[in-house]
Design a binder for this molecule. Structure first.
Ligand SMILES: C[S@@+](CC[C@H](N)C(=O)[O-])C[C@H]1O[C@@H](n2cnc3c(N)ncnc32)[C@H](O)[C@@H]1O
Length: 287
């Protein structure tokens, strides 16, 4: 089968689910992954005949895409901050907003501290993207990352091994296992988190592909209180964030002011920041 015929199959079979440009993008992504052809090279290879095994791989990918499965889960990997990360159904697929959070964190830490051996804690680490990127930028930092999900931590450890970063991963229910257990009775210089922040009432607004394929544990607050993680983090920052320590949080765009208020009393400076789309998306605090 020719690649041009596969391209037509993509358009015909996925047109009910995706826009024309999205299908074009998906086709390019799979050509890159299966055939190692970038967008420019692709144009010159459309009339090439594919091997049977490659034709089968494309057909299987189309079948999976038709179920609404995110392409990153089909490939088993994604790009984040210019790096490759493994993903599966147990972890949130990293979002561009979290790249913005990391960019903010890296810049602020670099600008405002000369200390090298900083202690960093990431709460709700998922695939481990946050601690791994931070460890790459701050190799002398002692980085701890926790998650309630052992399955998510398996992927985080796999990513950490792949990137050769030494991170202390802990399986822990952040909301119910209190912070003062032997493992975590620490004071950190940086606390960072992208916790579950979708409230139950927002459930109908979330796309089916997200709800159907990504872990509910990663998306939704476990109670009717969408800010439950932020309240706990605000409380824990009192004793477990160092004086002058940094706080970086990704937040629910609809709850910017309410989230900010949780941190105003115990921080010398705390700011609500917008993402590239102009939505309230991040909290940056300095204790
Ligand atoms: C929004 S995802 C963020 C994942 C990753 N940090 C990222 O930015 O892509 C939230 C993560 O919090 C974890 N989580 C949910 N409830 C938790 C709890 N009670 N204690 C610790 N982690 C929890 C989920 O398993 C999930 O990996």
């Amino acid at each position: 089968m020719k690649l041009s015929e596969i391209k037509i199959q993509f358009q015909e079979e996925l047109s009910g689910l995706y826009s024309k440009s999205e299908i074009q993008e998906l086709f390019s992504i799979f050509c890159d992954y299966f055939l190692n052809l970038n967008k420019i090279e692709l144009r010159n290879h459309l009339e090439n005949n594919l091997s049977e095994s490659n034709s089968n791989r494309f057909s299987e990918a189309i079948s999976e895409l038709k179920t609404g499965k995110p392409f990153q889960q089909i490939l088993g990997e994604t790009k984040f901050f210019g790096l490759k990360f493994f993903v599966n159904e147990h972890v949130l697929i990293p979002r561009p907003e979290t790249e913005e959070l990391l960019e903010l964190a890296i810049n602020k830490i670099k600008e405002r501290t000369t200390k090298k051996e900083i202690k960093i804690l990431d709460i709700g680490t998922g695939s481990g993207i946050i601690p791994i990127v931070l460890k790459k930028y701050f190799p002398e930092a002692a980085v701890t990352a926790l998650d309630i999900s052992e399955e998510a931590l398996k992927i985080a450890r796999k990513n950490s091994d792949f990137h050769k970063t030494e991170i202390n991963f802990i399986q822990k229910d952040y909301l119910n296992e209190i912070f003062d257990s032997a493992q975590t009775n620490e004071v950190y210089d940086v606390i960072i988190s992208n916790p579950p922040y979708i409230g139950a009432e927002e459930n109908p607004e979330i796309e089916d592909a997200v709800k159907g394929f990504e872990p509910h544990l990663a998306l939704f607050s476990p109670t009717s209180d969408a800010l439950i993680f932020y309240r706990q983090i605000a409380e824990d920052c009192k004793n477990h964030l160092a004086k002058n320590g940094f706080l970086f949080l990704e937040i629910n765009q609809k709850l910017g002011q309410q989230t900010l208020e949780l941190f105003q009393d115990s921080f010398s400076k705390v700011h609500l920041l917008k993402d590239i789309s102009g939505n309230d998306r991040m909290i940056f605090g300095r204790k």
